[in-house]
Design a protein around this ligand. Structure first.
Ligand code: FES
Length: 283
């Protein structure tokens, strides 16, 4: 299985399919508010996994009810709830997928294809149940349940093995020991320009605005882009940094994510100035 997944990650031939789909998605999902909502920016948490749990939970419950006698009505209802939930789940997943790297997108493409088959089978199952043919509905439902579990396995691989839409910054935070760490001499910091420094081996971004200094983790929580190389931008009166890789925007004074594809805030360290030296500590 491990070898199969590695081969899938390296199947560059799939890029001939995934690249045009990515371009089309980026063209369709143009409005930033829509993209941010689907990434989970307003929630500060990725939306796709939560919606997927709801959808898969409905279908799992339907599969259980399908083996219990005289549960046709609740089973049909749950299949329908899952089909309805699959639409926003797919939209959020597609929106996340369009911002992944090549290897992640190859696995995501097969995940996506399995979900299309799943949705087709569950829709046919629902149609059969609604016309009273529960036997056919159950058979189609079990087939769909098998496919969706393969798809869920691939989704887990994407998140846990390939780190897709996982907050990449948190692990770095755990590499900083508790206590105050010197980061920079205040006099050496330019005004209004992010600079890269480090605490031990962990790179941090330091931003000075007058007497106020912010220290954020340097590696973007989306895919570890170097934030100090990004532009400083104004978003609704807040000073923010835009990641140079995929354009996530974080507020500099508290790391709040303002625009995706990052779905989580960027970790910010506490700061103090002692004898003109900026020091940082864990949040
Ligand atoms: S690495 Fe993707 S937005 Fe920063």
């Amino acid at each position: 299985m491990k070898q199969l997944l590695t081969r899938l990650e390296q199947a560059s031939g799939l890029d001939r399919i995934s690249d045009p789909i990515q371009r089309a998605l980026r063209a369709v999902l143009k409005p930033r508010l829509l993209r941010d909502t689907l990434h989970g920016v307003q929630l500060g948490h990725p939306v796709h996994p939560a919606l997927a749990s709801f959808t898969l939970g409905s279908w799992t419950s339907a599969a259980v009810l399908d083996v219990i006698p005289r549960q046709e009505l609740p089973a049909t209802t749950l299949v329908g709830v899952g089909v309805a939930g699959a639409v926003p789940t797919a939209l959020a997943g597609l929106n996340d997928w369009a911002e992944l790297d090549h290897e992640q997108r190859r696995v995501g493409l097969v995940h996506m294809a399995a979900n299309v088959v799943t949705l087709g089978l569950y829709s046919a199952s629902l149609a059969a149940r609604l016309r009273g043919d529960h036997r056919t509905g159950r058979i189609l439902g079990f087939a769909a349940f098998g496919v969706v579990n393969v798809s869920a396995f691939l989704g887990g691989h994407l998140a846990y093995k390939q780190g897709a839409q996982v907050n990449q910054a948190v692990a770095q935070l755990h590499r900083i020991s508790d206590g105050w760490h010197p980061v920079a001499d205040i006099s050496a910091l330019p005004h209004g320009v992010p600079v890269a420094r480090s605490i031990g081996e962990v790179p941090v971004l330091v931003y000075r605005d007058g007497d106020r200094v912010s220290v954020l983790l340097e590696r973007c929580g989306h895919e570890t882009g170097p934030l100090s190389e990004g532009r400083v931008v104004d978003v609704d009166g807040d000073t923010c940094v835009e990641c140079p890789w995929h354009g996530s925007v974080f507020r500099l004074n508290d790391g709040l994510v303002m625009h995706g594809p990052a779905g989580s805030d960027q970790p910010v360290l506490r700061t103090r100035i002692v004898n003109d030296v900026v020091e940082a500590n864990l949040p």
